[in-house]
Design a protein around this ligand. Structure first.
Ligand SMILES: Nc1ncnc2c1ncn2[C@@H]1O[C@H](COP(=O)(O)OP(=O)(O)OP(=O)(O)O)[C@@H](O)[C@H]1O
Length: 228
């Protein structure tokens, strides 16, 4: 579904990605691991066209999207749950959800089934929500665009433990529905339990990829590249 080929990305004269290669197949849940500042968010920004790649190719369902505008990439079927959530503070929960909804598949009722808390809060404004509720809203809003690929940047970061459990439960449900997902998060144990495969990014290059089982048998990867 998604393939990055030798992607290089810079902020001005400062190069951050030096030839990233990764592939996500339909129905897979894949993580992107790496210490702070290694280029995970930049990879996501390159995929979404927010900081376009200056070299390499990004193929989505066979088409090179690396030179396309962000809104076209979103319309082509990539949904982003961004770091910091970025919900509309002055719209209600329901209005936030329907504002960008499109396509067939997910409807409002299914989002409320996935996150009953959002149904209870549907008339509250975005700025009245807790961090966990905002994250549920950001996930619900992305799902209502009916994306072929859903990307989470910092899925459970900064949330209370009980809310994290809900977020991971929702990601497991997405896996059972065969939703294709790319996920960035600091909680390695949760990622190992939910993901099919993992990529490790080190200074703008992929240095390892493999399954959760292979990761468990490669303690040097944790030590050398993740600092754990
Ligand atoms: N807008 C920007 N302008 C210049 N440099 C940037 C910008 N955003 C990020 N960088 C730099 O690019 C590098 C990679 O950042 P990036 O956010 O992709 O890392 P990350 O792996 O997602 O880390 P984190 O876990 O801290 O979010 C860092 O050195 C960062 O300082």
């Amino acid at each position: 579904m998604l393939e990055l080929q030798n992607v290089e990305t810079s902020y001005g004269s400062s190069q951050v990605l030096f030839g990233v290669n990764l592939q996500i197949n339909e129905g897979e849940i894949v993580s992107l691991l790496g210490r702070n500042g290694m280029g995970k968010t930049t990879t996501v920004r390159s995929i979404m066209g927010l900081t376009p790649a200056k070299a390499g190719a990004i193929l989505f369902k066979g088409n090179d999207i690396s030179r396309q505008k962000s809104f076209r990439i979103a319309r082509a079927g990539i949904g982003l749950v961004p770091e910091g959530r970025q919900i509309f503070p002055n719209l209600s929960v329901r209005e936030n959800l329907v504002a960008t909804a499109r396509g067939k598949g997910w409807d409002l009722g299914q989002i409320y089934d996935l996150f009953p808390r959002l149904a209870e809060r549907q008339n509250n404004m975005g700025n009245q929500l807790s961090g966990g509720e905002q994250q549920m809203l950001a996930i619900g809003r992305a799902l209502l665009t009916n994306p072929d690929l859903l990307i989470f940047d910092e899925a459970s970061e900064g949330l209370a433990p009980v809310i994290r459990t809900d977020i991971w439960a929702s990601i497991r449900k997405l896996r059972d529905m065969r939703q294709t997902v790319l996920i960035i998060d600091g909680n390695l144990d949760a990622l190992m339990a939910v993901c099919d495969r993992h990529y490790v990014l080190e200074k703008g290059r992929i240095v390892w990829n493999g399954s959760s089982e292979e990761f468990a048998n490669a303690p040097e990867i944790k030590k050398n590249h993740l600092g754990i």
